[in-house]
Every structure is written in structure tokens, then in C-alpha cells.
Design a binder for this molecule. Structure first.
Ligand code: PNS
Length: 160
């Protein structure tokens, strides 16, 4: 069975990687679909986000990295896949995730969203918080792999 794990991944964190590893153990193929949306401001370009994901998931042979724009359900149809995985960290995630899952179901009735509860170690973690800590020169080695840490340090070198 195939599943899509969509997101911004700006950049990938240990929270994402935990979900990816657990999905890779449950599904034959996991497609990580990186959102390419020019309206959504991101720190890393799609190419950079993909490169970081490729590097950090290279030990999982059944994980593919791809990018999509437009509706997720249209992308899922084009991949012949009707299973979406989303990580759920806290109650605060729930409202938005529920709304997305229901809208996706409405636009593609076969589409099922499966929620994977984040590892307790990562419930507080988000790409935004990691970017903020890194921006102010804080320690981020416990939040992201070295390659991502270096990419963030590089981005913020000399300010934005
Ligand atoms: O990592 P994120 O930013 O929480 O991921 C959000 C994402 C990419 C899954 C969501 O914004 C999305 O699916 N965007 C594509 C546009 C779409 O299909 N919108 C309708 C569902 S709300």
C-alpha cells in the first residue's frame, strides 16, 4: 500500500523524520510531497527542501521525495494514491487538520487521511520554532539533523 505524506518541510525536523520512519515501516511506499506554493513564504526553496529530505531519508529505500502544487487531492489522484498521512502533535493541531481532512474527502471521496500521533519527544517541535531558535543563534542540534542545522546556519549567516 502507498501513502502520501504532504507538507511544507521548511525545513524537515526530527518530528517529520519520526513520522517518515514509522510510515516507511507500515507502508510499501511513502511519497513525501513537498508543497510548492509561491504564495506561501518559505525560507528554503523547494529544491533546497527536497535536497534536505533526500539526504535525511536516504536510509529508507521505500521513501520517495516529490513536489506538488495546487490541490493535494489532484496530486494524490495523479499518483493513484488515496491515503494521506498527517502527524498530530497536540490538540491545537486538531482543528486545522480536521478541516483539511474533511475538505480533501469532499473533493476526492476515496481520500482517507490517517493521523499519526507524534512521538512524545517531538510534540513541541515545528519547523517555525526551529527557524526562530536558529535565527537567534540558539542550539538546534536536538531538533534537526546536522545537514539541516548547517543549512539553517548558512541561511542566517549575516542576517536575512
Ligand atoms: O506542513 P504544512 O504546511 O502543515 O502542510 C500543509 C499542506 C501542504 C498539507 C496543505 O497546505 C495542502 O495540502 N496544500 C495544498 C492545497 C490544498 O489541497 N488545499 C486544500 C486542503 S485544505
Amino acid at each position: 500500500m502507498k501513502a502520501i505524506y504532504p507538507g511544507s518541510f521548511d525545513p524537515v525536523t526530527y518530528g517529520h523524520l519520526d513520522i517518515i520512519e514509522r510510515c516507511a515501516n507500515k507502508f510499501d511506499t511513502v511519497i513525501i510531497a513537498v508543497l510548492n506554493n509561491i504564495q506561501k513564504q518559505s525560507l528554503f526553496s523547494v529544491e533546497e527542501r527536497i535536497a534536505l529530505l533526500k539526504e535525511t531519508t536516504k536510509d529508507f529505500p521505500n521513501v520517495e521525495i516529490d513536489t506538488f502544487s495546487g490541490l493535494l487531492t489532484e496530486y494524490a489522484k495523479s499518483k493513484n494514491c488515496s491515503t494521506i498521512i498527517r502527524g498530530l502533535r497536540a490538540v491545537s493541531d486538531f482543528e486545522y487538520e480536521m478541516q483539511m481532512a474533511l475538505v480533501n474527502k469532499k473533493t476526492y471521496n476515496d481520500m482517507e487521511t490517517l493521523f499519526m500521533v507524534s512521538n512524545a519527544e517531538h510534540v513541541y517541535l515545528s519547523s517555525s520554532i526551529v527557524k526562530e531558535v536558529s535565527y537567534y543563534g540558539g542550539e538546534i542540534a536536538c531538533f534537526v539533523p546536522k545537514v539541516v542545522e548547517d543549512a539553517l546556519t548558512n541561511k542566517f549567516k549575516g542576517g536575512l
